[in-house]
Structure formats: C-alpha cells, structure tokens
Unconditional design. Structure first.
Length: 428
C-alpha cells in the first residue's frame, strides 16, 4: 500500500547475474529452474551467489548485483543515489526504468518514468538531430503532436540549432548528451531518472541542466532520481540520498549525511591514509625529536582524507621532544600532484621557539574555499636554523579535494591555478 504522497516504492529488490556466459550455462541448470517453477518452488540458484565485490575473486558463478534494496520516494523529491563504481547504481536505475527486470522484489510507481541512462541511447547516427528528437521522444512515450509542440523549445535548450539538421554521427559526445537531455527534460515525466550523463557536458550546460532539474522538481513538483560521482552537484540538487556499497544500501538519509558517509567509506579504499601513527622506536626524527602521529580531520574531528572544497582541512600532528631545545621550529609544506609547493608555514610564527622535553600537539587548519580540485601531500621538517635539523623533510600523508563549488555553481573540471579561492568581487 503506497501513501498518497509516495510516488515510487521499492521493496526487497535483488538482481542476480551469472558470471561468464549468457544464460545458466548448462541444460541441467535450465531444467532445474524449469522444474522448480512448475512445482511453484523458489529458483534453487537464488540461494547461492556472492556479494558484488568486483575486486575480489568469488567462489560462485552467480553474483548479486543488488540485494534487498528498500526505499520510498515522495512526489517532488530529488533522490541522490551515490556509491563507488560497481556499487549497483546503474543496475538499480535500469530496473526502475524497466530496461531489465529484478530477480526478486517489487516496484510500485505512479505516473510516467523517463530515463536518461546512457549518452545518446536510442539515437540513430545516420538520422539528423531533428529526426532523432522525434525518434527518441517516441521511445520515451511522447506523441508526435506533443513533440511537434515542444520541438523549438527542445532545440533551443539543447543549444544545437546550427546542427539540428545534420546527422548525429557528426555530433560530439557533448552535443549528443545535450540533445538527449533536452528531449528527456521536456517529456514532463512524473519521475525523471538520470545516470551520470552530466559528466559529459561542459560547465555551462551542467549549470543549465541542474537548473532545469531544479525547476522540474521544485517548480513542477516532479520527482528526480539522480546518480553522479560529482558530490557538489549531488549536494546542490538533492534533498535526500542513499549510499550503495557492493549492491546493498549502506546508508540512507539527508544528502549532507549521505555525502559524508560516502566520502568516509571511500577513504577506506584509497591509496592514501588519513592517519599514521608510529611507535617511539620506529618514529621518524632524531635523538632530540620524533613524530608520533599525523592525521587529517574535518571540523568535527572525523578522520578522513577526502574533502569537499568548501570544508576546512585540519592537520593534527603529535610530536615528542627528547631534549630541551632552543630556537626549535616545526615547518610544514603542502605539495600538489605536480610537486609544486602550494604554501609553507612554520610554528615559530605563532609560538615560543624554546621548548622543554615533553609531548607537543600541533593543529594546522587550511580554510575552506582555498584549495583546487587535486591530491595534496603533507611534508614536515623540524630543526634549529643554522644549528641542525632534527627531522629531515618527510612526506607523511596525502589528502584530496573533491569537486569545486562556488556560489552555487558546479564545475566538473579543475580550475586553472594552484589554488582556487572563493574570491569576493565588489562591483560599483
């Protein structure tokens, strides 16, 4: 039973695939499945199958691309579906769009569903853009009269007027996705399903498309299901989200919490660590000074190595002085992926330089809206100028800055420059 405001309800969805060959692979397995159906029994092969972990060798020829997926979407809501590659996002959207059927579970929906799953799906390369609008519109369920009424608006939105009577095979991938999105967006569906297609378009088109989706959801009260790896777009567009991992729902909730969960989960699989701790015997340093630990956290103190650019990055450093030192200073350098020093700073600028034996904790805070979309390396060095070094320059941790957001605008590419500060312009 669906509540009046619920437009889509997913209950116990599961999708199983057999690895390797198409079909079950043997006549015996086909007969077993047929005999089970005749007797009204469950498919015997649904009891087996590995979890969908793409980087591991499984023990079964069957894999669950999706398992026990449950959620509801209200009318006018924008639901973000996020997760790593292979998490099951596209499979879920194909099931919701009825491109493929679920192995288990049910889907209940109200109204028309339009899908934009792959760039140019349903487009014929030999046909012109105008002809493909009619073809794609018909595939999506629009009548010829409906398409004719909206065709000027579709062409204008796509920005492809000059090439509209040219065969699509001569279009760039960006032009193709513009036209495909324009058709889907003007279908006026009750539910619009979008899978990562905006990654192909340029920044101007992305801004235009996101504006259109916001108008569809908030202005027209329609529902959008949105898959993207661009966390800035997800946060800007979506109200709520679900995080998929290995074909299962890892987390469901508000979009801010979902993005936080995704980035934290993503940290566990990255090459760079968010924290490193040494024993006193193994710690880098000298007979006078050692590093005990370094970690990167957000403003809440949560340890992580991937940050959105509108977050502050906190570098926490624990050290131990083994001797009383005069004029001692800890130096910090930040390198980008091209080994260019982004900035450097030193503790002597902010504290007394004469220190006694003991443990000292430092925190360096990099403000939000400063760093560009890149991976950064933290290097530490300590010494007494003109006397000796007590810690030679050591690169200890990496962290990454995710997509760039600035005043509500989303960028899919790296801005030129070592940094990308949020600059204030005053125009009189």
């Amino acid at each position: 039973m669906m509540h009046s405001n619920v437009i889509l309800k997913v209950e116990g969805i599961g999708k199983q695939y057999r690895l390797g060959l198409v079909g079950t692979g043997t006549i015996t397995q086909d007969l077993n499945r047929w005999w089970s159906r005749v007797r009204g029994k469950e498919d015997p092969y649904l009891k087996i199958g590995d979890t969908n972990i793409r980087s591991e060798q499984g023990s079964s020829n069957y894999v669950w691309a999706l398992q026990n997926i449950n959620f509801e979407v209200n009318q006018g809501e924008v639901l973000g579906i996020i997760g790593k590659n292979g998490a099951g996002k596209s499979t879920l959207l194909k099931i919701l769009s009825r491109v493929t059927a679920p192995t288990l579970g049910t889907i209940k929906s109200k109204g028309r569903i339009a899908s934009l799953l792959e760039v140019g799906t349903g487009f014929h390369p030999e046909m012109t853009g105008r002809e493909n609008i009619y073809l794609n519109g018909a595939i999506l369920g629009m009548t010829k009269a409906e398409i004719s009424r909206k065709i000027d608006e579709i062409i204008d939105f796509s920005g492809c007027l000059r090439y509209i009577d040219t065969p699509v095979k001569r279009y760039s991938s960006g032009m193709t996705v513009r036209l495909a999105f324009a058709v889907a967006a003007h279908l006026e569906p009750d539910i619009l399903v979008i899978d990562e297609v905006l990654a192909v378009g340029d920044a101007e088109f992305q801004k235009k498309a996101i504006g259109k989706m916001q108008d569809i959801s908030k202005g027209q009260g329609r529902t959008v299901l949105f898959v993207s790896h661009n966390m800035a777009s997800v946060k800007q567009l979506c109200d709520r989200g679900i995080v998929l991992k290995d074909g299962k729902v890892l987390f469901s909730g508000g979009i801010e919490d979902c993005v936080e969960e995704y980035l934290n989960e993503h940290d566990e699989s990255t090459e760079h660590r968010a924290q490193v701790v040494w024993s006193e015997n193994e710690a880098p340093g000298s007979e006078d000074f050692i590093l005990l630990g370094v970690k990167t956290t957000n403003h809440k103190g949560q340890i992580k190595s991937i940050f959105l650019n509108n977050e502050s990055v906190h570098i926490c450093i624990e050290t131990k002085l083994l001797s009383d030192l005069n004029n001692m200073r800890l130096n910090f350098k930040l390198y980008n992926s091209n080994e260019i020093i982004v900035f450097s700073t030193s503790s002597h600028q902010f504290e007394a330089v004469n220190k006694r034996v003991g443990i000292y904790n430092y925190e360096i805070v990099i403000p939000p809206n400063l760093l560009n979309h890149d991976t950064y390396k933290i290097a530490l060095q300590a010494g007494m100028p003109g006397i000796k070094q007590i810690l030679f320059s050591t690169k200890v941790l990496n962290f990454s800055i995710e997509k760039i957001t600035s005043s509500g605008t989303t960028y899919s590419t790296v801005l030129p420059g070592v940094i990308a500060p949020n600059i204030t312009w005053n125009i009189r």
